[in-house]
Design a protein. Structure first.
Length: 316
């Protein structure tokens, strides 16, 4: 196990980072500052390259947290590429026989996974143990508002779509705004009921335009309505069009971005010790061995924690 020397960051005690890995380069967002480490991209070309890459990460960092799409765990709805990625990751961990690799299936759209990866990278240099960092992924995902503006919902199968919405999707020029997380919501634009449930705490909005974006509604209307504290445009992930069922889209994700607020949020949750592998955890399941908490003493906090309220909407 590697040594973790400490340093200071904005008053927060920091350490050499646990590696945060993703399955594609387009899930890597730019760091907020020089202290945020880059994400590691797990090679998927051959099993040998995947094994060598993961082994190198474990040797260098001690622990690795790898994120992948949770839909890959459902063979009925996952695309062949998603299934192949998930199987490759589990094969790599099995062959290496390592208990220092956490494989986390994340139930978020591609841009949401990229944002979560960025948040974990920010926290990876803080004084959280690898077990707490891995189990915090579910907590952080709870506060990510991920959705898209779509030109059609006829092929959307990730969010519940009524037959009426499917029928309206065939109307020329129809546009829909869909929220996939934290609570599914679908609204057709131009019907006078365009209010999309947004965060009640300060967030930064990421926007990724498809090659044929339906409109600028996300930046011109949604961002002011949500009172976001900044908007950043990022490239659209290759998987986004397939995830949302159309290439005519604008994907967006809003979440906490200040490392001190993220730190306070994770720190506010009671820590437990995994009865199976002995690592620290928060919530009700270990991020490394997936063992459930043996007691019911810990649960996720409500949607609006005091840590999140530390950045009120509209604050500068």
């Amino acid at each position: 196990m590697v040594d973790h020397p400490r340093r200071s960051r904005n008053g927060v005690v920091c350490t050499v980072p646990t590696a945060i890995a993703v399955t594609s380069p387009d899930l890597v967002l730019p760091p907020h500052d020089r202290q945020t480490p880059p994400a590691s991209v797990q090679p998927q070309d051959t099993l040998e390259s995947s094994l060598l890459g993961m082994h190198a990460l474990v040797e260098q960092h001690g622990y690795v947290i790898a994120l992948y799409a949770a839909s890959a765990e459902n063979a009925g709805s996952a695309a062949p590429a998603e299934l192949a990625v998930a199987r490759r990751l589990h094969t790599v961990r099995s062959v290496l026989e390592s208990d220092r690799i956490a494989l986390l299936g994340i139930d978020l759209p591609p841009l949401g996974i990229a944002l979560l990866s960025q948040q974990l990278r920010q926290l990876s240099v803080c004084d959280f143990s690898p077990g707490v960092l891995a189990s915090s992924a579910r907590l952080l995902a709870h506060y990510i508002y991920a959705g898209a503006l779509l030109g059609s919902v006829t092929k959307l199968d990730r969010v519940p779509v009524s037959l009426k919405s499917h029928a309206k999707s065939w109307v020329p020029g129809a546009q829909f705004v869909v929220l996939a997380n934290p609570r599914p919501q679908l609204v057709r634009l131009g019907q006078g009921q365009e209010e999309l449930a947004g965060p009640e705490f300060g967030t930064r909005l990421l926007v990724a335009n498809g090659p044929q974006p339906p409109s600028d509604w996300v930046t011109s209307t949604l961002a002011p309505a949500w009172q976001v504290q900044g908007v950043a445009t990022v490239p659209l992930a290759a998987e986004s069009a397939r995830w949302w069922g159309t290439g005519k889209l604008v994907e967006f994700a809003a979440g906490l971005y200040d490392v001190s607020v993220l730190y306070q949020l994770v720190s506010s949750v009671r820590r437990e010790t995994c009865h199976w592998c002995g690592l620290e955890l928060i919530g009700d399941r270990c991020g490394f061995c997936a063992a459930p908490l043996s007691t019911l003493s810990t649960s996720l906090p409500p949607v609006q924690p005091s840590a999140a309220r530390a950045l009120p909407r509209g604050a500068t």
